[in-house]
Design a protein around this ligand. Sequence first.
Ligand code: ZN
Ligand code: ZN
Ligand code: ZN
Length: 325
Amino acid sequence: MPPASDDQERTPPSPDTAFATLGDETRMEILQTLGEAEESLSFSELHTRVSVRDSGRFNYHLDKLVGHFVRRSDDGYDLARAGERVIEAVLSGVVTDRPTVEPTRIDQSCQYCGAPIAVEYREERISVLCTGCAGTYGRRDDESEYGHIGSLYLPPAGVENRDPAELYSAGRTWGGLATMATASGVCPRCSAPIEESIEICDEHEGDDVCGACGSRYAVGVAFRCTNCIYERSGLVGVRFLTNTDLLALLTGHGINPITPESHSRIGTAFAYDEEVLSVEPFEARLTFTVDGDSLTLTVDDDLAVIDVTRDRNDRTQDRSNGDGG
Ligand SMILES: [Zn+2]
Ligand SMILES: [Zn+2]
Ligand SMILES: [Zn+2]
């Protein structure tokens, strides 16, 4: 076994060098073997488990990984954090797999029209579709029988061993957590700060999907990571998924936004009423209603909540200025 050296302190490789290092079957096999091992492996244990027999060649490839991707200690070899992240990415399926699921009805109903919903999976995305109405964003084309309600992100590994209903639930959890991070200003991919911008349709019409912007809602938000390429856009209401008053409304009615039991329950909560009070500077009132209890958040140009009003079934209370009643 070669002696341990101080190569673990080397400066991190450039992206080019890092990818070049990984562009070899033997090296990926070494990383995968270390990832599967329960404990540190000695040079000879690792060599036995990897298919390359020539020990000079094996040592050459291992040496390329030691430092940034593989850690060498007195106990043997382990994955370093970067090596773990590479293997996690491979096992999540995002690097190699492209599963698809054709639109399939599940036993859940649309929050807008009550018709059954269907789920479709492709390109790491679950599309939640309505079989009855145009959903939130309309039909894909005139012939489509499905209206697009929304999307939930899920890596390919999430499709394995799950039926479409389970796929939907997993997407709610995975996608919901990513949305919560995004709405909190933290990139769910790389953790860097997120920038957000408000998008308002100035020709918005109708109670249904608007012909001008293609959405049921006039106000959307675009999110962009300041470090990586992560970008998402969504309804402004979803931006408040981590607002404690909204969480209180949801959980007070037994709705867990991360593991909702039914699509229509969480969907109804997010089928909110939107009232744009001012475009420049932006100010809007968003009213979320569950079982007759409603919560109105007034939000400003920075998407800060400047007023909170809760209207309950039985009584009204205004928490923001204390003079409600
Ligand atoms: Zn519908
Ligand atoms: Zn519009
Ligand atoms: Zn990022």
